[in-house]
Design a protein around this ligand. Sequence first.
Ligand code: NAI
Ligand code: MG
Length: 496
Amino acid sequence: MVATTLKTPHTGDYHQPTGLFINNEFVEGVDKKTFEVINPTDESVITSVHEATEKDVDLAVSAARKAFEGSWRTETPENRGRLLVKLADLFERDIDTLAAIESLDNGKAITMAKGDVGMAAGCLRYYGGWADKIEGKVVDTTPDTFNYIRKEPIGVCGQIIPWNFPILMWAWKIGPAVAAGNTVVIKTAEQTPLSALYAAKLIKEAGFPPGVINVISGFGKIAGAAIASHMNIDKVAFTGSTLVGRQIMKAAASSNLKKVTLELGGKSPNIVFDDADIDNAISWVNFGIFFNHGQCCCAGSRIYVQEGIYDKFIERFKERALKNKVDDPFQADTFQGPQISQLQFDRIMGYIKHGTEEGAKLEVGGKRKGDRGFFIEPTIFSGVTEDMKISQEEIFGPVCSISKFKTKEDAIKVGNNTTYGLAAAVHTSNLNTAIEVSHALRAGTVWVNTYNTLHHQLPFGGFKESGIGRELGEAALDNYTQTKTVSIRLGDALFG
Ligand code: NAI
Ligand code: MG
């Protein structure tokens, strides 16, 4: 059995593939292993899916290699684009099913899940548009030489994605890779394999040749590690924890020096000046930390508020956070669903306990919500000092810390006081402050009077230990192409 019939509160029965998607077919793993997929809302088992081991990674890589050498690298850019656009259309056709699968498997609120699927479609279509616009150039050197520079695909790409945005990360990875003429073996996170397998069905329907995109479910230490150290994979792209990012880089270094891009964690500062529109700032600060249950690499988890509005801000922010509806993700007005797993739930509760013990003031939240599912109340700590663990480490849950600052210089200093550099935000009505602080913050994205507003046209990625390379925008194509110089001698032989 490589498929099953599942049901969600929003779909009725639907056809859910459970196999490994290799060469456009759903197959069992070589070792016939499976693992359970858990619903974080009620901790029940949704189904089991087939697990990829090293042997299955080998098979998927062979399929991707054959597709790359056989047809895909020489496929016309127009057709590569056409297929990606077709896939985007199928995502939009099936948006309700894909979103419901995402809410079932990941626990995210259905309105947010729909947003993710819509953005995934937008991303695929955007890179479909890029496929025939990846251009080289001619470079004049001497009159008897004709030189041109080509942007060629890298080859077989191994892609490892996390569970916080299962279908969106899938699209971010596949879009630029395939547009540029690469083939792909993508491993989903063991917590959330379902939406990607449903999307694999759409790959086939869109008409992609076998082996161009292979989708496997499996564990990091087995299938993920096999990808990172594979001798026949030319590039690995990873999104997840900094800890694993380091392991991927080591594995790449000690195998075949495959190219590496990493999109890792963050501890992003969200800075509110006295002159900010306070209602607007509170909305964005709330969305900045509590969106996706705090499980965002760019979550605005360190909130710095200028002293003139500090007390007022805390009071109003508390009121706002208490209005976030934490409940069943399938209810239309739910804002926050459960955390992804027992493990993440325990980690987050551990940080909350630590924050209290370290002497931070718990303003709101801090407890489990309900007795079933991994729900945690939106949690706000105030009076947090820079040395506290909750101010330094990525919590990846609905927990934030607020501290007071005096001057613009202080805000920049504390904002940059982290080993991470993924995102940051500034809230102010003063244009000079906005620009000056945006330029001084060491982060890949800086938002002004907004937060978490990612767009597929805008590059995203990390300074410092938040990663290497950029996703989205034209910049992502740099990570999926390599530069070839062709130099043609036009004159006579130089050396007789
Ligand atoms: P993780 O980094 O272990 O998992 C992310 C992906 O990497 C999954 O597909 C996993 O199977 C794979 N993986 C794990 N170990 C691997 C290995 N040795 N070789 C190759 N692939 C491997 O993250 P985890 O344990 O799920 O979450 C732990 C923390 O990581 C979170 O609390 C959060 O701080 C951070 N995280 C950051 C994310 C981001 O978007 N930047 C996403 C998920 C987690
Ligand atoms: Mg799950």
